[in-house]
Design a protein around this ligand. Structure first.
Ligand SMILES: Cc1ncc(COP(=O)(O)O)c(C=O)c1O
Length: 393
C-alpha cells in the first residue's frame, strides 16, 4: 500500500508561479529548430555583449585562483563598490555592511519576501508587474494585494489608490521604477509622495531599481532618498540589465540593518555565495568605464521611437511611450481576440514572439509586452509581421 505521504509534491509548489518569458522562449527555439524564423521580442535582456574589460576581469580573477567559496554576504570589496554606486547614481548613502550580494536581483527579492512575510500578511505590489513578486507572495502564504498601474497615467499608480490599499496587515510594499513590463517610471515628485505615504505605514518596502540606469529622461528617483525610508527599504539593483550581464547572475541590495543577517542566512542555506570571479568582474563593471551603459541607453531610446511609432501604425493598436527599461506595453484591446490568443497566434502563425500582458497580472489584460532589446532591423521585421497579421483579422 502506498504511504499517505509517499511521492507527492509539497502543496506549496502549486502556489509557485513562473515567468512566461522563459516558456515562450523555449517554444520559439523549438520553432527555430523546425526551420522557422522567429523575431524575439519576448525575453528581457540586453542584446549587447558584456563589456570586454568586465570579461577580462573575470578571466584574470579565475586565472588568479578566485574560484573557491567566499563570504555569503559578498566580497567586502564589492559591497564597498556597490555602496559607492548607490551614492553616485542615486544619492543613497549606505554603509557597505548593509549591502548584500546575491545570485542576481531575483533571489534577493525572493529572500526579502521570505524573510518578511507569512500567512496573514498583505503585500502590495504593482500589477502589471514582474511575475516573481506575486509568485513569491503566494508561496509564503501571504495575501497579494495588486496595485493597479494606470495606462492613462503612463502606467504610474494613483497615490490615493496606494493609500487605500495599505492596512494594518500590510507587511511589505513593492515598487518598481523604471518598470517591467510597462516601461513606465515614477517621476521624482511621485516617488517622494509615495515615500512620504509609506513612511507613515508600518510596512517594509522593496524598491526594485534594476532598470535605474535605463531611464531616458532625468535622474533615477528612489523612495530611499526620502529621509528615514532607507531604514525600512530594500533597494534592489543588479548587473544584469545595466551591464548586459544577465547570465552572470549577480545582483546587490542596500538592506535595512535588521534584514541583513536574515537575507545572508537565506544565501547560506541556498547558493552559499556568488562566485568570487563574478564578483570581481562586478567591481570592474561598477567602478570601470561607463560608456557601454550610456551607449545602450541611447540606443534603446532610439529603438523606443521605432517601436512606438511602428505599433501606433497598426490598426487597433496604441502604445504609450515608455520612459525607461526596454519594454513597450501596447494596448491591443480593440482587436477581436484576447491578448493571450494574439500572443499565441503571433508566435505560431507570424513568427513574432511577444508576451501577453496578463503574464504580468490581471491588470495587464488587453496588452502585449514587447521587449525592444533587439536589433532595429529585426524590430522592423517583427513590427511588419505584426501589422500584416493584424490586417488579416
Ligand atoms: C523588474 C525586475 N526585477 C528583477 C529582475 C531580475 O533580474 P536579475 O535576477 O537578472 O538580476 C528582473 C528581470 O527581468 C526584472 O525585470
Amino acid at each position: 500500500m502506498r504511504p499517505a505521504t509517499g511521492m507527492r509534491l509539497a502543496s506549496s509548489v502549486q502556489r509557485l508561479g513562473t515567468e512566461t518569458a522563459f516558456g515562450v522562449l523555449a517554444r520559439a527555439r523549438e520553432l527555430e529548430r523546425q526551420g522557422r524564423d522567429v523575431v524575439h521580442l519576448e525575453i528581457g535582456e540586453p542584446d549587447y555583449p558584456t563589456p570586454a574589460h568586465v570579461v577580462e576581469a573575470a578571466a584574470r580573477a579565475m586565472r588568479d585562483g578566485h574560484t573557491g567559496y567566499c563570504p555569503s554576504a559578498g566580497l567586502h570589496e564589492l559591497r564597498e563598490s556597490a555602496a559607492a554606486y548607490f551614492a553616485r547614481t542615486r544619492g543613497i548613502e549606505v554603509d557597505p555592511d548593509r549591502v548584500v550580494v546575491g545570485n542576481g536581483a531575483k533571489p534577493l527579492l525572493f529572500f526579502t519576501i521570505l524573510a518578511t512575510c507569512e500567512p496573514g500578511d498583505e503585500v502590495v505590489y504593482p500589477d502589471p508587474g514582474f511575475p516573481i513578486y506575486e509568485s513569491a507572495i503566494r508561496w509564503v502564504g501571504a495575501t497579494p494585494v495588486p496595485l493597479p498601474l494606470r495606462e492613462e497615467r503612463d502606467f504610474a499608480f494613483e497615490l490615493d489608490e496606494l493609500a487605500s490599499l495599505l492596512s494594518p496587515h500590510t507587511k511589505l510594499v513593492i515598487l518598481n521604477s523604471p518598470q517591467n513590463p510597462t516601461g513606465g517610471a515614477l517621476t521624482p515628485d511621485e516617488t517622494r509622495a509615495a515615500a512620504e505615504l509609506l513612511a507613515t505605514s508600518g510596512a517594509w518596502v522593496l524598491s526594485d531599481e534594476v532598470y535605474a540606469r535605463l531611464l531616458y529622461e532625468g535622474e533615477p528617483a528612489s523612495v530611499a532618498q526620502t529621509e528615514g525610508l532607507l531604514e525600512r527599504t530594500v533597494v534592489l539593483d543588479g548587473l544584469s540589465k545595466t551591464y548586459a550581464m544577465t547570465g552572470w547572475r549577480c545582483g546587490f541590495a542596500a538592506v535595512p540593518e535588521p534584514l541583513v543577517e536574515p537575507l545572508v542566512r537565506f544565501l547560506v542555506n541556498s547558493t552559499s555565495c556568488v562566485p568570487p570571479f563574478v564578483q570581481l568582474a562586478a567591481i570592474a563593471a561598477l567602478d570601470g568605464p561607463q560608456d557601454q551603459p550610456e551607449a545602450m541607453r541611447e540606443e534603446y531610446r532610439a529603438r523606443r521611437e521605432l517601436v512606438v511609432s511602428g505599433l501606433d501604425e497598426i490598426p487597433g493598436v496604441s502604445c504609450r511611450s515608455p520612459r525607461g527599461a526596454f519594454y513597450a506595453f501596447p494596448n491591443v484591446s480593440a482587436l477581436p481576440l484576447s491578448e493571450h490568443e494574439l500572443a499565441h497566434r503571433l508566435l505560431e502563425e507570424a513568427g513574432v514572439a511577444v508576451l501577453a500582458g496578463t503574464a504580468f497580472g490581471r491588470y495587464g489584460a488587453g496588452h502585449l509586452r514587447i521587449s525592444y532589446a533587439t536589433a532595429p532591423e529585426r524590430l522592423e521585421l517583427g513590427l511588419a509581421r505584426m501589422r500584416a497579421f493584424v490586417e488579416t483579422l
